[in-house]
Design a protein around this ligand. Sequence first.
Ligand code: C2E
Ligand code: CA
Ligand code: CA
Ligand code: CA
Length: 282
Amino acid sequence: AKEQGDGLYHFYDSLIENQREENMRLENELKAALLEGQFKLYYQPKIDASSGEVIGAEALIRWLHPEYGMVSPAKFIPLAENSGVILDIDEWVLQEACRQNKIWQLEGMPRFPVAVNISARHFYQSNLIPTITRILHETGLEPQYLLLEITEGTLIRNVEYGVRMMEDLKQMGIHISMDDFGTGYSSLSQLDRLPISEMKLDRSFIQGITEDSRKSSIVRAVIELGHHMDLRVVAEGIESPDELKYLTDLECDQFQGYLFSKPLPELEFSRFVLRWDGSSMP
Ligand code: C2E
Ligand code: CA
Ligand code: CA
Ligand code: CA
């Protein structure tokens, strides 16, 4: 029995060792990717329900790997979050998104905020505010044109600190969106304390909304709750005209999804905005 126990122990030990090696290898690859410019930002339009105009863009990172091709952030962001490299990635995304939004403004595009996803780890970094301040200064982008998307789950770690951080960001003129609202840890009991501007309904609630009465009840309740609190409610992952019609009837404020456009590289995004006309609503 002792031998077996030892064997198991060694087995787990080497598993953990391999995991550690694997994580270190990935961390180094991610660092190299940053240095070698293998990351690229794509932008997905956010559409205003009442005017039908493009009123924002969410920046979504892509990794153009020299061997594997395009790697989805759903694959590498969770891994990057296990190591400090997520801080460098988030900072690069902030810098790049602010720089690009300023370029669009200088080119005479209609002005709108660019939304950047901030990982929990970065949110609790004491240098988040100085970093954002520096980036806004360097790029010349006014703070109201930056929106931070933060998931509900981010607040579990330390609600008091989280609320203070959000208040400081709001003081700077930066708006905050509660991303993936309704999934994972619920911040419902804290909602009245959060200085946020919008709630974003996760795609999982939108998918099949027209057939699933439980989903549609949840979405209806979230939209009502949001409006009672003077927040706008954004739906992501809209793929069909039926879903759009349904959400329009529920008075959802903003839409995002493949029905309008997939996330696009910056040039294609600006072409989309110029071509798009509120009356071309699907
Ligand atoms: P998220 O913040 O919930 O982003 C929405 C995801 O849904 C994106 O996936 C987007 O491409 C996808 N999507 C949008 N509309 C549709 C649709 O109509 N149908 C379908 N099937 N999908 C749609 P993506 O770009 O693969 O990103 C996945 C997640 O990775 C994001 O989820 C976010 O949590 C994270 N992420 C992406 N970019 C960044 C980043 O720059 N920084 C950080 N920290 N996280 C990021
Ligand atoms: Ca998001
Ligand atoms: Ca998310
Ligand atoms: Ca989501």
